[in-house]
Design a protein around this ligand. Structure first.
Ligand code: P1T
Length: 391
C-alpha cells in the first residue's frame, strides 16, 4: 500500500501506520528498517541515492518525519534529539538577538529554564510571560518587537487551555508568528496548525513515543521558508535523533490513536474519582465541566488527553504521604507512556523555576501531576483511593 501526499484523505490511525512507511525498496522489509549507519557510499563525487551523512539525513528519520508531519496536518516535519532541542531549533532559527517573545506563564519548567537561562542570557532574546488563557493579557504583552508567541496548551502542569485560533489571529495582526507546544494533547487530539498556528513543537519522548523508552523532539510546519531554515539549523547544529531512537518513535506512532483513546478514558475516570473524593482539594483536568476552559477545550480539542493534576485538603504534608503510597503510579518525571506516572512538579519537572515565581503561577508544593496510563482504569482508581484514603 502506498499513501501519497502525506496520506491525504486517510484517517489518523491509517496515516500513523502507513505514511512514510512503504515496504523497503531494497529488501521489501514491511517495517521501516533501522538504518544504523553514519554514512552512505557514493558512486562518484556528488552521485548518491539521496543520503550522504546521517546528521544531514537518514532514511529511518525521514520516515518518522514524514509520518509526524502527516499526523499534524503539516507539509513538513523535522525530528530532533529531544523536545528541548526542537524548541531551541525554532527559537534560534526564527529569532535574532533583540527580538521579543511572549510566552505563556505556565510552561514545562525546562522550557522556562531554556528561555530564561540560555536564550535570554546567552542569546539576547527578550521574554515576557503572559497568562495565555486571557487574550487581554497577551494583547498587553505584545510589543512592536514581538516576533513570536509561544503557547503551551494544555499547560504543564496546571492543564490550562489557551485559545489557539484567537491568539493566532491577534499575533498575526501584530506581525508575530505563533508556535504551539502540542506535547500534552498529541496530534491525535489537537492540531494547532489547523487552528491558525505557524509552528508545532513536540516532545516525542511523551505520547508520540508512548513507551517511556526514548527521548526525542519534533517541529512541524507548513511554511516552506521556516521549514528550510529550521532544516538548515537541524543539520548545522546537529541535535538529531539516531536511527534507533527514530525507529522507536515511529513504532510508537503506529498505536498512537488507540493509546490516546484509552489515556483519555482512564484520565476522565481518575479525574471524576478525584473530584468526588472528600480529601481532595482541587482537580485540574480540562475534561471536567468544572474546568474554567472546559468549553474551549471541547471546541479546539477532540479529546482531553491523559494528564490530571490535583492537590489534597491536607496540603503539602498529605501530598508527600500519598506520593509514597501509590503502587501502580510510579513517582517519576515524564509522561505520555503506557504506564501511569506520578510527578511532584515542585521538586521535579518545575524545580528550575524559582519558588516564588513557581508558587505565584499556582505550582505549589502540594501539587501532584498524574500521567494516566492505559492500565485498567479501575486498578488506577483503586491505587489512588488507597494512597489518598489511608492518610
Ligand atoms: O524532555 P524533552 O524531550 O526535551 O521535552 C521537553 C518538554 C517540552 N514540552 C513539554 C510540554 C514537556 O512536558 C517537556 C518535557 N516534560 C517532562 C519531562 C515532564 O515530566 O513534564
Amino acid at each position: 500500500m502506498t499513501i501519497d501526499d502525506h496520506g491525504a484523505g486517510s484517517g489518523f490511525a491509517t496515516r500513523a501506520i502507513h505514511v512514510g512507511q512503504d515496504p523497503d525498496g531494497a529488501t521489501g522489509a514491511t517495517i521501516v528498517p533501522i538504518y544504523q549507519t553514519s554514512t552512505y557510499t557514493q558512486e562518484a563525487p556528488g552521485v548518491n541515492k539521496g543520503y550522504e551523512y546521517s546528521r544531514s539525513g537518514n532514511p529511518t528519520r525521514a520516515a518518522l518525519e514524514e509520518c509526524m508531519a502527516s499526523l499534524e496536518g503539516a507539509r513538513y516535519g523535522l525530528a530532533f534529539a529531544s523536545g528541548l532541542a526542537a524548541t531551541t531549533a525554532v527559537m534560534s532559527t526564527l529569532l535574532s538577538p533583540g527580538d521579543h517573545v511572549v510566552a505563556g506563564d505556565d510552561l514545562y519548567g525546562g522550557s522556562y529554564r531554556l528561555f530564561d537561562k540560555v536564550l535570554k542570557e546567552g542569546g539576547g532574546l527578550d521574554f515576557t510571560y503572559a497568562d495565555t488563557t486571557d487574550p487581554e493579557s497577551v494583547e498587553g504583552a505584545l510589543t512592536p518587537e514581538t516576533k513570536l508567541l509561544w503557547i503551551e496548551t494544555p499547560t504543564n502542569p496546571l492543564l490550562t487551555i489557551s485559545d489557539v485560533a484567537a491568539l493566532s489571529e491577534m499575533a498575526h495582526e501584530r506581525g508575530a508568528i505563533v508556535a504551539v507546544d502540542n506535547t500534552f494533547a498529541s496530534p491525535y487530539f489537537q492540531n494547532p496548525l489547523a487552528l491558525g498556528a505557524d509552528i508545532v513543537v513536540h516532545s516525542t519522548t511523551k505520547y508520540m513515543g508512548g513507551h517511556s523508552d526514548v527521548v526525542g523532539g519534533a517541529v512541524m510546519t507548513s511554511n516552506e521558508e521556516s521549514y528550510e531554515s529550521i532544516k538548515f539549523y537541524q543539520n548545522a547544529a546537529g541535535a538529531v535523533p539516531g536511527a534507533f531512537d527514530s525507529w522507536l518513535v515511529l513504532r510508537g506512532l503506529k498505536t498512537l490513536a488507540v493509546r490516546m483513546r484509552q489515556h483519555k478514558e482512564n484520565a476522565l475516570a481518575v479525574a471524576r474519582f478525584l473530584q468526588d473524593h472528600p480529601k481532595v482539594d482541587r482537580v485540574y483536568y480540562p475534561g471536567l465541566p468544572s474546568h474554567p476552559q472546559h468549553e474551549l477545550a471541547k471546541k479546539q480539542m477532540s479529546g482531553f488527553s491523559g494528564m490530571v493534576s490535583f492537590t489534597l485538603e491536607g496540603g503539602t504534608e498529605a501530598a508527600y504521604a500519598a506520593m509514597k503510597r501509590t503502587k501502580l503510579f510510579h513517582l517519576a518525571e515524564s509522561l505520555g507512556g503506557v504506564e501511569s506516572l506520578l510527578t511532584h512538579p515542585a521538586t521535579m519537572t518545575h524545580a528550575a523555576i524559582p519558588k516564588e515565581q513557581r508558587e505565584a503561577r499556582g505550582v505549589t508544593d502540594g501539587l501532584m501531576r498524574l500521567s494516566v496510563g492505559i492500565e485498567d482504569g479501575d486498578d488506577l482508581v483503586a491505587d489512588l483511593e488507597s494512597a489518598i484514603s489511608s492518610g
